[in-house]
Design a protein around this ligand. Sequence first.
Ligand code: PMP
Length: 358
Amino acid sequence: MSKFWSPQINDLVPYTPGEQPKVANLVKLNTNENPYPPAHGVQKVLNEFEADRLRLYPDPDASALINELATTLGVPSENLFVGNGSDEVLAHAFMAFFRQEKPLVKPDITYSFYDVYADLYGIKIENQKLNDDFSISLENYPSDNGGIIFANPNAPTGLALPLEQIKALLDRNTETVVLVDEAYVDFGGESAIELVNQYPNLVVTQTFSKSRSLAGLRIGYAVAQPHLIDGLNRVKNSFNSYPMDMLAIAAGVASLKDADYFNEMCNKIITTRENTRARLERLGFNLLPSATNFLFAEHKFIEGGELMGYLRTKGVLVRHFSRPDIANFLRITIGTDAEMDALIEALKSHPDMVELDA
Ligand code: PMP
């Protein structure tokens, strides 16, 4: 607190990202990063980049990246907006679309940054409970709203909604923006990008941070009809004209060009995820189905916070959320097979862990 702050800043509750530890040799399964390197072309671009080019500002429109994305996704470039991570794209979307009289409707358990942006921009929130199986109940979302946002697949549950349910919502909810955050969609979800042409109020966001192994480069994007993209650009150009630096643009393009590598890495993670699920079940965990690069797992006898602390003593980091309705769960990022072996070994060493018969 400082008397020099603007008054609203005192009351902000900023987002707390998962720990980025300063010590080496930890098995890091706490922030949903990809354990594999980015596409080979990314390294090549970085090696060949001439520092002298950095004297100049980057392209404010990031056209090379937008055009390559248009080719990869099969959408016109007028339907695309890129930003410094999908977090920035989401922030601009909150500013551009959700500062309305009526509250923004969202699931009560979802990506916690939505509450932070709402707070920052003075947007009222109306939370909707998840169903008992942790699925999102879009059919109950009120028509009287200032916008709707949810993650699909949802985080931290990992559950995906079928596209028909999103279509049904869009058929009903025509007067405010519906934003579908698809940060994890490449690991098994159904993308709503194909609905963008049909629905003038749909915004879909995606990221290079998870499935493209580029969390450190900060690239996210939105797909929507041009009138919504114009709204995002108005906010962006009132905030920072150059959110995408030259390296991000060039390396992002290189990542998109290697579709085979992208598919191979996503499939590898999905295979490891399902193997890990079976191993965790044998150790007495209940797990939700996952369409993401993480598992949301609850042990039958051992409390979530305790298990997280125990794993940390064994050098394995996983994410735990203290809110009571999910306090028993751990969110475990899918790493390499060797990292998942280390997780399982650490769990087996817990004094109360009993392996069930296969
Ligand atoms: N949406 C969801 C659901 C996420 O989990 C994350 C990652 N924390 C993001 C968006 C933001 O990802 P990034 O800014 O790295 O693109």
